[in-house]
Design a protein around this ligand. Sequence first.
Ligand code: FES
Length: 283
Amino acid sequence: MNEILRKEVLAPRITEFEVYAPEIAAKAQPGHFVILRVHEKGERIPLTIADYDAVKGTITMVSQEVGKTTSQLATLEVGDSLADLVGPLGTPMHIEKVGCVVCVSGGLGVAPMYPKARRFYELGSKVVSFIGAQTKEMLIFKERMEKVSHHVGYSTDDGSFGHHGFVTDLLRKFLESGKEVDEVVAIGPLPMMRAAARVTRDFGVKTVVSLNPIMVDGTGMCGGCRVTVGGEVKFACVDGPAFDGHKVDFEELMARQNRFLEEERIAMERFRAQGEGCKCQER
Ligand code: FES
């Protein structure tokens, strides 16, 4: 159980894992996530389910090396097993057929976006996708998103592929063109989702964002994933992770996300000092 059946490096420090987890795969829906530990003494990290196959009994996750645990995860190979894997967690995103949905993804956000775009597409909605990344080589899920979209636009921070600038520039341009849009889904870094929600507010378009705050238990017990939505306290792990983007208090959330940066930096330094190659260490 929890064995890695496939591992693929999609871009520098971004890795896709297909893991044998039949019970999770049987229940997974777009918007669900899992919490995993790389080894028995490791911290618990949430990862969105980017794909699932109930027949094969597998789920697919994409991880970017941003700290100690995600760096440890990247050292695992096919045949290794995760210490544990809990899920599916969260409330699946409500998806119904609409005339036109615009899916705006930034960075790693395109991985959790994929099953949602696919569901919209399968239901017969017109799907327009805008995908942003730092550089051309950091663009992931390109072919997959093109298969489930009627139109895809790209942006990169350095101009190496597509529009030179923000992915939300593409969203604004599309809305300014007067095309009818029923819903926007935005997934990516918090500043990107906040920018997307600001753009769509100007046009009065329903906007759903998928939050990925700090999580511990993933079941609504610890309060670590607390977010304020429409003035009410919500827990992203059970009430979300999808919320109305126009109601999320992004400033508060961004401040909370930065609270443990120093601890994370220290843990990462220790991990590097011990040698990144070891996949099971925990000190
Ligand atoms: S992760 Fe603990 S309440 Fe959500």
